[in-house]
Every structure is written in structure tokens, then in C-alpha cells.
Design a binder for this molecule. Structure first.
Ligand SMILES: Cc1ncc(COP(=O)(O)O)c(C=O)c1O
Length: 454
């Protein structure tokens, strides 16, 4: 069954190849202006750029003759995509009598689980909370080793330290920069307890190979899906399986609740994880205070305070309804970048393997030093001078002072990750980009390449 049939939330989806409908800009300007925020005396009020969702629906036009013209305003790397629906829903929540984890969080969990095809979902205040909760619920602790990748944000590895276990890093595959299953197998010891696979940039890790290794050695697999919404691996959606899988709703992510996260996995795992994420309590606030609820609860373990608020859930539910449209727009931008950069011998493009569907959270270009007179840092400066914001994902974990010093790692201990880091940059990729923005990014990148070609 195609995903849109299986899943009502997806039924309004715009297919990746479809052209998004044009929406009259006049309708947006007719929207009532937001009241000016109250000013605290002495406070400098910066102008807030208001986002009109209509801006995203134009086509990405690739002009026949690409002439570089410096854009007038700075293009931020990854602004959030918040529409009037989110504003209305958040205000509605503020006006309701339920602010923290309550009916909207419960609905968001159900809708999210339904969307990815999971047995259930646990809404949390971050992906980090989801990863930490998973390790604790699986009983990982002192004396254990957890294998993961250096090509990730520190959160993935910090949580291993939080439970007192030892992070064991292994190198990544050269094309996707995802954890390399061959290297995982080599790193297993009698102390290995779990593998955390990160779906880097939104490209699913090779789950079949990783799960086969885990099954052979009796290990748990936890998926860091911070970037991987919506993503597919060999016909299954990331989050649909039984592995504990943590998503991020941080401000820059494909779906945002400002801060937030969601944990999916087997029903049995989620039952164990839920109290861990809320003080070890047997009954959350809604189940205590709603009609028919009971004030009585017990503490089963010294759990954490990781719950999502209904204010966040209100945003999340709106964003979930728009996710397919956001995804389609990301894919349009990626197609334009691929077409524009594909022929340059100075640029290495990100890949999408044939057996996956990439979530395209990030578009990570790698420079080819043999073709350029400048390195990555200067390339980023040159783009900034051309008013294009970029970023780098990631400084590999083993280069950070804490991890370098604690485990004695040197840069070339993980040569694929290190070499990729040295020549990578992430270009703007978000549904707010207009066709003009995309063209500005493309012409600026090609202008820097032309200027500094060897
Ligand atoms: C790969 C990866 N894992 C985990 C996280 C942590 O997500 P959160 O900020 O929701 O805790 C991030 C955040 O950027 C990330 O990029």
C-alpha cells in the first residue's frame, strides 16, 4: 500500500515530483497584522522578519544564463517555517486550561506514530532526551560500551557519557557519511551493549546490515533520527520499526516545536521508557487531573524531567500536517542544486542511495581540494561575503577537546570522517527558500568556484 493510502495524515501529501500550487500573495497581505509586542523599558526591539508561507510556493527557476549578482540581504542558513496556523494553535493552547503535557501532546503522539507507522510514540522536550531515555530504559550503564559515529552532533555521544558507559567511535562510509557496518563489527567487545546509528543529514544508515550484526551479538540498536523525518529505508519509514528511534524538533529541523523530540519503538519499550522520561512516575499529570483520573502515583525509578508541553505539541501538530509539502519543497531545492553543481569538478555532491528516501535535512557539499586554491573555511567566508549563510555538519566528535583528551583520539583515528569534515559545508536547504534564493545560492557557489579554480 502506498504510504498516502496507509496513512490519513499523509493523504493531503504533495508528491515529490508535483508542482506546488501557487497561492495569491494578496491573500497574505490581507492577513491582520500581529499586534506590536509590549516593550520592556530599555529593551532594544529588533525587527522580526515575518514569514509568509506563500513565499515558498514559487517554482525553483534555473535561468539559462547564470550571471552572478550579489544579493542585497543576507540569506540565513536555516530559519524556521512558522505559519499563522501555528500561531493560532499556540495562542489557543495558552488560552486553554492545559499548558503542559496534556491532550494536545497525547494527540501529537498518536498522529506522529500514525504518520511514521510506529507502534506508539513518546513526546519529549528534545531528541537528546529521547536518546538518553532509550539508554536508561535499555539498562545501559557503567562498564558498558556503546558504538556510534564521530559524524554527529555531540548529543549522540554525550548521552552515552551521561549513563556512565564508554562511547566507542567507528568510522563512516565515504558516500553517505553514515556509520560503517564493517567498522561496527570490528569494534565489538564483550562489553558492547548497544549501537547508536545516526541517519546523517537525513540519509538512512544501512539498517539491515547494522541490525544483522546486532542480532548476531545480542546488541540493541538505537536510531538517532534527528535529521530523518520523513525518511525511508528499503520500503519502511524511519521510526516504524521496533528500535528505539529519537527524532528532533529543534528550531532548524524538518519539523519544529522550537525545542522538542519524539521517541518511537516497540510498545513494550515505550511502556518502559515513558516513566523514565517523567521522574519514574506511574501516572502523568493528565492521568491524574483529567476527569476519572487519580491523584495516586508511585516512583519506580529516579527518572528525568523530559516531557513535552502542550504548547510545543500544538506547534508540532500543525507542522506535521505540512510536512509532506515541506519535504516536496526540499526535494525541489535539492534537484536544483544537483543540476547546477553536478558538472563542477570542484564539488562533490551528497548522495541518495537507490534503496532509501532521503529526508534532505542537510545539503552537504564537499569541496575537491585538487580543483580549488582555497579550503573550506575560506569558501565559507567567500559565501558569507556574497550574503549566503552556511554551516558545517559536523565537527567530528573526536576533535572536541573533552572527547579528544578523555579517550586520546587523534584526528586521523577516523580518517573518512576527518577528511570529509575538512572539506564539507552545508548550504541553505529549507522550505522557505524562494526560487530567487536558490538561484542566489547557486550563482554564489559557482562564482566562488570560478574565482578560485586552480
Ligand atoms: C544528529 C543529531 N542528534 C541529536 C541532536 C540533538 O537534538 P535535540 O536538540 O533535539 O536534543 C541533534 C541536534 O541538532 C543532531 O543533529
Amino acid at each position: 500500500m502506498p504510504p498516502s493510502e496507509a496513512n490519513p495524515v499523509r493523504s493531503t501529501a504533495v508528491g515529490s515530483g508535483d508542482v506546488l500550487p501557487r497561492v495569491k500573495v494578496a491573500a497574505a497581505s490581507a492577513a491582520p497584522a500581529a499586534p506590536a509586542p509590549a516593550r520592556v523599558s530599555g529593551e532594544r526591539v529588533a525587527p522580526i522578519a515575518t514569514y509568509r508561507e506563500e513565499a515558498v510556493v514559487d517554482r525553483v527557476v534555473v535561468p539559462a544564463s547564470r550571471r552572478y549578482i550579489r544579493r542585497a540581504e543576507f540569506l540565513p542558513f536555516s530559519p524556521p517555517v512558522i505559519g499563522e496556523e501555528e500561531v493560532t494553535e499556540v495562542v489557543d493552547t495558552l488560552r486553554s486550561d492545559w499548558l503542559t503535557t496534556g491532550p494536545k501532546t497525547r494527540c501529537f503522539e498518536q498522529e506522529f506514530a500514525h504518520y511514521v507507522g510506529a507502534q506508539g510514540a513518546l513526546a519529549l522536550n528534545s531528541c537528546t532526551a529521547g536518546l538518553h531515555t532509550s539508554l536508561v530504559a535499555l539498562g545501559t550503564g557503567a562498564g558498558d560500551e556503546v558504538i556510534t559515529t564521530p559524524m554527529t552532533f555531540a548529543a549522540t555521544v554525550n548521552v552515552i557519557e551521561h549513563v556512565g558507559a564508554r562511547p566507542v567511535l567507528v568510522d563512516v562510509e565515504p558516500d553517505t557519511l553514515n556509520i560503517d557496518p564493517v567498522e561496527i563489527e570490528r569494534a565489538i567487545t564483550p562489553r558492547t551493549k548497544a549501537i547508536i546509528a545516526v541517519h546523517y543529514s537525513g540519509h538512512p544508515a544501512d539498517l539491515d546490515a547494522i541490525e544483522a550484526i546486532a542480532a548476531r551479538h545480542g546488541l540493541a540498536v538505537i536510531e538517532d533520527a534527528a535529521h530523518a523525518l520523513p525518511a525511508w529505508y528499503r520500503g519502511r519509514m524511519i521510526g516504524a520499526g521496533e528500535n528505539p528511534t529519537a527524532f528532533s524538533f529543534y528550531a532548524t529541523k524538518n519539523l519544529t516545536t522550537a525545542e522538542g523530540g519524539m521517541l518511537t519503538g516497540s510498545a513494550e519499550f515505550l511502556e518502559r521508557a515513558r516513566p523514565v522520561s517523567l521522574h519514574g512516575m506511574t501516572r502523568d499529570a493528565l492521568r491524574r487531573y483529567e476527569r476519572g483520573g487519580s491523584w495516586r502515583y508511585e516512583i519506580l525509578s529516579p527518572g528525568f524531567k523530559y516531557n513535552m508541553t502542550d504548547i510545543q505539541a500544538a506547534m508540532g501538530r500543525c507542522q506535521l500536517r505540512k510536512l509532506e509539502r515541506f519535504d516536496a519543497r526540499r526535494r525541489e531545492v535539492v534537484a536544483a542544486y544537483h543540476a547546477a553543481f553536478g558538472e563542477s569538478d570542484a564539488l562533490e555532491l551528497p548522495v541518495e542511495r537507490p534503496d532509501v528516501r532521503h529526508a534532505w535535512h542537510l545539503y552537504v557539499l564537499r569541496l575537491r581540494p585538487e580543483a580549488l586554491r582555497i579550503g573550506r573555511d575560506r569558501f565559507i567566508d567567500e559565501l558569507a561575503q556574497r550574503n549566503i549563510g552556511t554551516s558545517v555538519h559536523f565537527i567530528p566528535v573526536h576533535l572536541h577537546p573533552y572527547y579528544r583528551d578523555r579517550y586520546g583520539w587523534t584526528p586521523t583515528d577516523f580518517p573518512v570522517a576527518y577528511e570529509a569534515f575538512e572539506r564539507m559545508l552545508s548550504l541553505p536547504l529549507n522550505p522557505r527558500l524562494t526560487g530567487r534564493d536558490v538561484d542566489d545560492v547557486i550563482t554564489a557557489v559557482l562564482d566562488v568556484v570560478r574565482t578560485y579554480r586552480r
